[in-house]
Design a protein around this ligand. Sequence first.
Ligand code: MLT
Length: 275
Amino acid sequence: MKNMRPSDYSLALEDRGMGIPLMFIHGYPLNRNIWKRQWEDLADLVHVIAPDLRGHGESVLAANEARNFYPFSMELLADDCVHVLDILKITQPVILCGLSMGGYISFALYRKYPDRVAGLILAATRSNADSPDARINRQNAVDLVRSSGVQSIVDSMLPRMLAPKTFAENPRLVQQVQDIMLSSTVEGIIGDSLGMKDRPDSTGLLSGIHLPTLILLGAEDQFISTREAEGMHAAIQDSRLVVMPDAGHLLNMEKPELFNHEIRGFINSFFGGKQ
Ligand code: MLT
């Protein structure tokens, strides 16, 4: 684990392995530890970079600093990711693997810094903006975390983060996900929620993506529909879509072998393994 300090917060990240850089961007309200099975298994093939986004995990916001940055726009979080690459002196284009909000950030990063991106792995994510109802729910989440704290958000989301079967039968994984969610801060949850609420629709970007792209979705995802993943697959030329049975929103934690197998195949097909 490394720590680096942009101006307004101290940022923790996992930085291991050698080969083409692959940056894993976590979702909301999570942290880099969701990628543990990926960095353990894939660091022999790629250079894994997995930051804790601001307000999550071991990334620490300077006192009172978060308010100055509300909302944490997807563009701001993409800037943070590029800042990490700059500090690591990675100038070659990288593969981005974004889960859910991490996917929204990947689109923002590609939109602003297309030359920094070599390929996309879009896991449990969507290209469209929030619907009016989803925007109301974001504001409700902000109000809830302000009044009742992080636990209230965890209680409202945890059962939907995993496939129903995983949730019922794998208490260790449920506990692990709960611990990860609980390490989010109130500031991180507010910043992300307001940022996601106002994020632009990235659907128009899709037909212009001419990069190797892998789209992964759990068949039991309770946040992202198969229709949304199929829509991205249809719009991104030559993309591959894999819908994983018995997996929910956190498919990389629920089905790590299959998830990693798909990534390995993707890297070997398009990037020739180690570079
Ligand atoms: C995530 O996992 O990042 C969130 O579910 C995304 C969202 O709320 O849109």
